[in-house]
Ligand binder design. Sequence first.
Ligand code: GLY
Length: 336
Amino acid sequence: MIDRREFIELATSASAVACSSTQPKRVARTTQPLAKPLFVATWPFGKPACDRAVEVAGRGSMLDAIEQGIWVTEADIKNASVGIGGIPNSAGDVELDACIMSGPDHNAGSVAGIQDILHPISVARKVMEETIHVMLVGEGAKQFAISQGIPATQLLTDQQKQKWIEWQKNNHKRPEVDEDNHDTIAMLGLDEQGDLWGGCSTSGWGYKIPGRVGDSPIIGSGLYVDNAVGAAGATGVGENVMRFCGSFLVVEMMRGGANPTDACQMAVERIASMDPKRGINDLDINFIALSKNGEFGGAGTSNGFKFSFAARDESGVRDGRALSEKPIGPEGGNRK
Ligand code: GLY
């Protein structure tokens, strides 16, 4: 028998999948289920988001839990890659992408390139629940949000404005893709009935061309939920996920019998094998997955920084230290 803390540490070491540019090495372990409702989310900032999701699930719906869990990250002014405080596009405007999925009715809502709205995940949910559409973009998405009673908010912080001014002076040098300027919250949830749910939110690639949309709001790329099989979400360079329907691919690997960790790893390997230009460690892509029976896992490429994810249930058990410090791929990676 293992206790819950040991279990979480096992789960996180299962995520420590080493990828080399020539011989991807698989170190996969099937995780045992946590109690339900269970939430899994990308990166260390996924921990407080999962905390809130569990709390909300105790008194609300799973969609409320996913939405309000993601609110925590969107409202974090220090987070430069999601919501307020996000790095702007090259014109100095913060443009946000988000989507949400409901497993039982296979419904989805999405917004892309939305400006001046603090919680794009809520607009995505409104698109899903209040319209006959799935995706709204740009000014139309913003006006729809306002029509739904969501107020406009200034998202560009003084700090990010200053950095943007420096970036312009610095010959528009393309920013390094790293934990600070390129990641996303993807959150997956499983309830007591075995139904699956998910959400995803990002400000996307720092200093992107205005109008650029990444994988995060694209159903099947940044997020996919199949209520019969499992759910998956992505973080990293959207261009290297959305060309391959990455999250859909992870779910299809689970449908074929792979456990969540293996499914994420197999998707990364498939993408690497299909990309003629990049070695596996240059892709900068990471996935999390949650199966219908409560197994969860994650895998990604190594590019010199650490991918981690958080998982927790209502017992509150998790190990943030292990979650945030276990790297995927070799220590020190081969950042280029
Ligand atoms: N994965 C977030 C983005 O590429 O925009």
